[in-house]
Each structure stands twice: as structure tokens, then as C-alpha cells.
Design a protein around this ligand. Structure first.
Ligand SMILES: *[C@@H]1O[C@H](CO)[C@@H](O)[C@H](O)[C@H]1NC(C)=O
Ligand SMILES: *[C@@H]1O[C@H](CO)[C@@H](O)[C@H](O)[C@H]1NC(C)=O
Length: 221
């Protein structure tokens, strides 16, 4: 058994170092394979039923999304139908639209975490986001199949675009001056009332926990 002792020591050390930060546990409940991505955090293949735990010892913000219909070679290069991040398995930057985003500002203003689900970059996979520690309990979700229900003008293979991406007008993207919901943002809001659906959707779409909370993201909740 002495052979295992050094390994055990390394394991314990990693655990202690990690336990100072937070965890975001990503779970694929979809009946198909996903390639979740995180910036920071990278990305990997996640078959149906599998879980990926990402440790965040010190990040100030994080964005997590799912990629679909990917093919990668053994060096981790390839492409995805949705969410592709420059053809890399381990993402270093945000992916292509559309992609449903789980967004975090960690240990931010007033020592709080700020979290939201955003369809500002469109929608590809339904998801839920649930705090799992610190007594914080506000779970949020965008669980409707917006890809199937997508208005014709926003349809794209594997997802549903945000109207700003398609039309690029101030009505949908806002800019200076008043920023109001549009008929398209209402389409998203009716089906996903927790989600960020237009640029000034904060009051109904941003949630907080004490800094240091861990979270679970479930795709296809
Ligand atoms: C993407 O993958 C899903 C699930 O495996 C499959 O049903 C669908 O046909 C694929 N779509 C395309 C465009 O390849
Ligand atoms: C929103 O309004 C535009 C312009 O009138 C129209 O083309 C579009 O179909 C509407 N979208 C929805 C979802 O009602």
C-alpha cells in the first residue's frame, strides 16, 4: 500500500487548495452528447448523464454554455454546429451565436456573486442554474424548447438567434437612449421569464448569492 501514499498526499493537497475556491458542477441531462464550454475553464465532451466539475479558485467572472453536434480530432481541433469557440475543444474565448449562456460575476460588488441566464446571444440548449451552498437557494431556469418554437426570422440550425444578431437595429440592440422590450424579446421572456432577453432586462434577470457560493448548471433540466 505504501505505493499509494504519495498519490494520496497529492490528492489531499489538491483538495485543500481547491476547497478555498468555488465549484460549478455542470450536468448533461440532455438525451444527447454536449460539449460544454467555460471561459475561464476550457471545455470537454460530456455524454448524456455525465457531470463536469469546474473549480474556480479566484475567477472574477465566468460564462458557461453548451456546444452541440461537435466533431474534434485527437488534438482537440474541430468544429461544432452551435457554440463553437474557434474550433478548439478547450475554449479560450466565447463561442459563436446562438448559445444559451450561464453568466457569473464572482465575489463582485458588495461581496456578492451575480448570476443570470442570458439569451442575449440566442438560445441553443435549455438550462437551469442552482446555487448549492451558503444557504442560497434561488434556482433559475430557461427550460422551454425555444429552438423548436423559434420565430422564422430568428431560426438557425440547432438554435434560435437573438433579434439583435439578425437585425442589428437599435430597436433590438439598444444603444443610447431608451431601451425597451421588443416583440421578439417578449417571445423569449414569455417562455423563459428568468432569462436576460434584452439589454436592460436586469430587474427580473439578475440574481445574487453571498460570494463563495457554489453552483450547479443542468443542461435539459
Ligand atoms: C445534432 O445532433 C442531434 C443529436 O444527436 C441530432 O438529432 C441532429 O440531427 C444533429 N443535427 C445536425 C444538423 O447534424
Ligand atoms: C415583430 O415585429 C416585426 C416587425 O413588425 C415582425 O416582422 C415580426 O414577425 C414580429 N415578431 C414576432 C415574434 O411577433
Amino acid at each position: 500500500m505504501s505505493f499509494f501514499k504519495p498519490l494520496y498526499a497529492i490528492f489531499m493537497l489538491l483538495f485543500v487548495v481547491h476547497s478555498h475556491g468555488i465549484f460549478i458542477r455542470v450536468q448533461n441531462n440532455c438525451p444527447y452528447t454536449l460539449w460544454p464550454a467555460a471561459v475561464p475553464g476550457g471545455g470537454r465532451r460530456l455524454d448524456s448523464g455525465q457531470t463536469w466539475t469546474i473549480g474556480y479558485p479566484s475567477a472574477k467572472s465566468a460564462k458557461i454554455w453548451a456546444r452541440t453536434n461537435c466533431t474534434f480530432d485527437s488534438s482537440g481541433r474541430g468544429k461544432c454546429l452551435t457554440g463553437d469557440c474557434g474550433g478548439l475543444l478547450e475554449c479560450k474565448e466565447l463561442g459563436a451565436e446562438p448559445a444559451t449562456l450561464a453568466e457569473y460575476g464572482l465575489n463582485s460588488f458588495a461581496s456578492k456573486d451575480y448570476y443570470d441566464i442570458s439569451v442575449m446571444k440566442g438560445f441553443n440548449v435549455p438550462l437551469s442554474l442552482t446555487p448549492t451552498s451558503n444557504g442560497c437557494t434561488k434556482s433559475i431556469r430557461c427550460a422551454a424548447d425555444l429552438t423548436a418554437q423559434c420565430p422564422n426570422q430568428l431560426k438557425t440550425p440547432g438554435g434560435c438567434h437573438n433579434p439583435c444578431t439578425v437585425f442589428k437595429t437599435t430597436e433590438y440592440c439598444c444603444g443610447s437612449g431608451r431601451c425597451l422590450p421588443s416583440n421578439f424579446s417578449r417571445f423569449f421572456k414569455i417562455r423563459c421569464r428568468d432569462a436576460f432577453t434584452y439589454p436592460e432586462d436586469d430587474p427580473t434577470s439578475t440574481f445574487t448569492c453571498p460570494a463563495g457560493t457554489s453552483y450547479r448548471i443542468v443542461f435539459c433540466p
